[in-house]
Design a binder for this molecule. Structure first.
Ligand SMILES: *[C@@H]1O[C@H](CO)[C@@H](O)[C@H](O)[C@H]1NC(C)=O
Ligand SMILES: *[C@@H]1O[C@H](CO)[C@@H](O)[C@H](O)[C@H]1NC(C)=O
Ligand SMILES: *[C@@H]1O[C@H](CO)[C@@H](O)[C@H](O)[C@H]1NC(C)=O
Ligand SMILES: *[C@@H]1O[C@H](CO)[C@@H](O)[C@H](O)[C@H]1NC(C)=O
Ligand SMILES: *[C@@H]1O[C@H](CO)[C@@H](O)[C@H](O)[C@H]1NC(C)=O
Length: 438
């Protein structure tokens, strides 16, 4: 009897200790208002379409998860499984096996080994007092990809692109990944002189910039980030003429050329010394990179026979080419743009926009961030793109992005003084630290 009570007590103790541990590890996240990551449950039967095959895969996943979980670095959790170094890729997971975005227990754990960036800038967003932002922001999350190892491959194979390698074949992807140069210098060189603040402008393509005359103000920043169809010639007065960092995918750098030619867009920005940043959005991007790094034609996929180097207008140099890391992209999604659409049947295409990733790239690398041409409350008044001057077009909502959630996030970051968002009609400011409503 006594023994049974004791057993019962131990069990209770174990349960409570576990609960406390779970709370310590993840509990604080659920209290943040920044669409904080909340689905920290390993998806097993719930999300999987039941079938014998799937169950078999699941067992294998469970095994490989144990192993690669051991390699994951984190300030919150450290797991150790001594001697467990996988040598082979885990079985390929299929997106079709999940009815909504799977959430693994290591979903919200990221490599945090980016070189620390000390700043003496008093007004740096890194000194923000906003509680929600402070909790969600990871100052040292790994930003850029280069050669990787098998445990990393297996860990990242649990996440669909662009957040990981799900459904990709190890050997095909590695042909490109092994060629990615390890960044030798930070994306933005530190400033010399008395003003040590790195002041950045991020310029998106929104119609709000038409007629804005923001060009001078934009160019006055230390660094200017642009993405996608960044048309400049003929639009300088509104959008400026400098580009220090250009963010793109293989799709955006190729399609902008023919979609926007009629608006005078003839090449990706090519300022001297420009940094090119790629979002590895799909397999086609790895095929693109392989051709790019080798200086050859693309061998397969939608850009077969293209010569990627021709798209960088003579400014391509591997020392200035960066590839965003899946951990960084997943961190942005999980902690800031965790859209409810990730629970829908089209979950696997749902991801933040290239513009959103660019704002976060700037938040990680700059002290102050001003955002221009992003969606605002009154977006219906403006054309979809600033190049569409002659006839007002309507903003197009594509199923792969949650534009409204992004719009609300920019406003919140602005109201909390973490970014400065260019708005034409300044809406009444709500209280900055409220939990977002969806
Ligand atoms: C694999 O790479 C990760 C990330 O860089 C690192 O933390 C880990 O120690 C590496 N594992 C092995 C077995 O080399
Ligand atoms: C941008 O415009 C300024 C002023 O007109 C000019 O001095 C500068 O060279 C231009 N920069 C680029 C990158 O075109
Ligand atoms: C790339 O940049 C490095 C460093 O600035 C330089 O030494 C090298 O010559 C450049 N390579 C090419 C192909 O221009
Ligand atoms: C998805 O659904 C789960 C369970 O119903 C819920 O806990 C989670 O918050 C939802 N995720 C999003 C991003 O809405
Ligand atoms: C773009 O701005 C110009 C100059 O302010 C204005 O005349 C034009 O109507 C605007 N176009 C659209 C589509 O709003």
């Amino acid at each position: 009897m006594a023994i049974q009570t004791f057993r019962g007590f131990s069990l209770l103790l174990v349960i409570s200790v576990c609960t406390v541990l779970i709370f310590l590890t993840f509990g604080h996240l659920s209290s943040i208002g920044w669409n904080a990551f909340s689905g920290l449950t390993r998806q097993v039967d719930e999300e999987m379409v039941g079938s014998g095959e799937v169950e078999e895969t699941l067992t294998k996943i469970a095994d490989s998860t144990k192993t690669n979980g051991a390699e994951v670095k984190s300030d919150q959790t450290s797991r150790t499984t001594p001697g467990a170094v996988p040598e082979t890729p885990m079985p390929v997971l299929s997106r079709k096996s999940f009815k909504k975005a799977p959430r693994w227990d290591f979903d919200d754990i990221y490599n945090q080994d980016a070189p620390p960036r000390q700043t003496t800038c008093a007004e740096s967003l890194r000194n923000s007092e906003d509680e929600g932002f402070k909790k969600a922001f990871l100052p040292n999350v790994r930003m850029f990809m280069h050669r990787t190892n098998m445990s990393e491959w297996n860990r990242l194979s649990h996440f669909n692109n662009p957040f990981g390698f799900m459904e990709f074949k190890h050997d095909e992807v590695m042909l490109a990944v092994n060629l990615i140069p390890k960044p030798n210098e930070p994306l933005l060189p530190p400033k010399t002189g008395s003003d040590k603040c790195l002041r950045c402008a991020v310029v998106a393509t929104g119609g709000i910039l038409n007629g804005s005359k923001m060009g001078k103000e934009i160019d006055a920043h230390d660094y200017v980030f642009r993405m996608n169809g960044a048309a400049i010639k003929g639009y300088e007065e509104d959008v400026g003429n400098r580009t220090s960092v250009y963010v793109h995918t293989a799709h955006s750098i190729t399609t902008s050329l023919y979609l926007w030619r009629k608006f005078g867009y003839t090449s990706a920005p090519k300022d001297e010394g420009i940094k090119y940043v790629m979002i590895p959005e799909g397999m086609r991007d790895f095929l693109w990179m392989e051709g790019l790094f080798k200086g050859e034609r693309v061998t397969a996929g939608p850009y077969k026979n293209n010569r990627p180097r021709n798209y960088y207008s003579g400014q391509y140099n591997e020392t200035r080419f960066y590839v965003l890391h899946q951990d960084f992209l997943r961190y942005v999604r999980n902690r800031f743009l965790n859209s409810p659409h990730l629970n829908s049947s089209h979950w696997s295409i749902v991801r933040p926009t290239n513009g959103a990733f660019t704002i976060f790239l700037a938040l990680q690398t700059c002290d102050t961030v001003s955002a221009y041409g992003f969606m605002t409350e009154d977006f219906r008044k403006y054309s979809n793109y600033y190049v569409e001057r002659l006839r007002k077009t309507n903003v197009i909502f594509y199923a792969n992005h949650d534009y409204i959630m992004e719009k609300n996030l920019w406003k919140r970051l602005h109201d909390s003084k973490i970014i400065k968002l260019y708005q034409k009609t300044v809406p009444e400011t709500g209280s900055p630290s409220v939990t977002p409503k969806h």
